[in-house]
Ligand binder design. Structure first.
Ligand code: ZN
Length: 283
């Protein structure tokens, strides 16, 4: 009975189970389908993201506010930056080439070649005791300087000496072989064509240290830089330049360098370019 009863009993049960399983699977499938539809609708409609984004927008606003706070810090650095001007380029011109307006000639730095002759000497149309020649650029600048001294201060200047050739420096040195006042041939700034000894047209104190106390000497000391000229041998720098105070000896170096030296208070080319002092000849 058990054997006969079992199969007949097993079949309806398994059928019922199978039916239940089918129903359960159908319900599960339906639930999955509904879930899928809900998900698709949410993603496509984007109803939920919109409020989320809206919530993010106000939260982004406070995070933007702290960003302007660091901005004042760069604003504070900006006013500090403008006062710092671009550094002066000390290598813009050669200090070795005799053609350069920055050439440094002293007792340890002779002209190279020693018998150098400037290429563009011109006659300078100013009052003079000796017919003055300078290189064209320096000549134009000195004419402006003389004109301005007359216009601004009513002063009449004159040239006492300008370009001197190697051979003429031989004569000058032989007539006054004093190393503290006269440069040896090949060691004179006058040979560059950039230099003029300036005096009063009256001749008062010409080529004398008392020229520094005259109105002309005072005006030159204060204003020559505006035209690119440097008082080359200051009273307090004899140990650096190797020359006694010469308030009449002006060297053309161009307006940018003359202005830079004036503004920084450096009075000799040796100091400005970091060159060794040249108190005397090496031999
Ligand atoms: Zn001189």
């Amino acid at each position: 009975m058990t054997a006969a009863h079992q199969p007949s009993h097993r079949r309806p049960v398994s059928r019922r189970v199978r039916r239940n399983r089918v129903i359960a699977l159908s319900v599960l499938a339906a639930a999955l389908a509904i879930l899928l539809v809900v998900l698709v609708v949410n993603i496509a409609g984007g109803a939920t993201p919109t409020p989320a984004a809206a919530t993010k927008t106000p939260s982004a606003t406070p995070s933007v506010t702290p960003t302007p706070t660091p901005t004042p810090t760069p604003t504070e650095t900006v006013p500090v930056a403008p006062p710092a001007p671009p550094a002066f380029d000390k290598a813009a011109y050669s200090i070795d080439d005799p053609l350069s307006p920055w050439v440094v000639v002293n007792k340890t730095r002779p002209l190279n070649p020693v018998d150098y002759t400037p290429p563009d000497l011109v006659s300078v149309p100013v009052a003079h005791t000796w017919d003055p020649l300078l290189r064209a650029e320096a000549a134009a600048a000195i004419v402006q300087l003389f004109d301005t001294a007359s216009a601004e201060a009513g002063l009449s200047l004159a040239s006492n000496s300008a370009y001197r050739s190697y051979s003429s420096q031989v004569s000058v040195y032989n007539s006054e072989p004093d190393d503290s006042t006269t440069a040896r041939p090949g060691y004179s700034e006058h040979q560059t064509g950039w230099t003029m000894d300036i005096g009063a047209e009256s001749g008062n104190c010409s080529l004398n240290t008392c020229f520094g106390d005259t109105a002309e000497g005072q005006w030159l000391a204060a204003n020559a830089y505006r035209f690119g000229f440097l008082l080359r041998y200051p009273a307090d720098k004899v140990d650096v330049t190797g020359f006694s105070f010469e308030p009449w000896h002006y060297r053309y170096i161009g307006v940018p360098l003359a202005t830079e030296m004036h503004n920084t208070g450096v009075t000799t080319l040796e100091e400005f370019f970091g060159l060794p002092a040249a108190p005397g000849y090496l031999n």
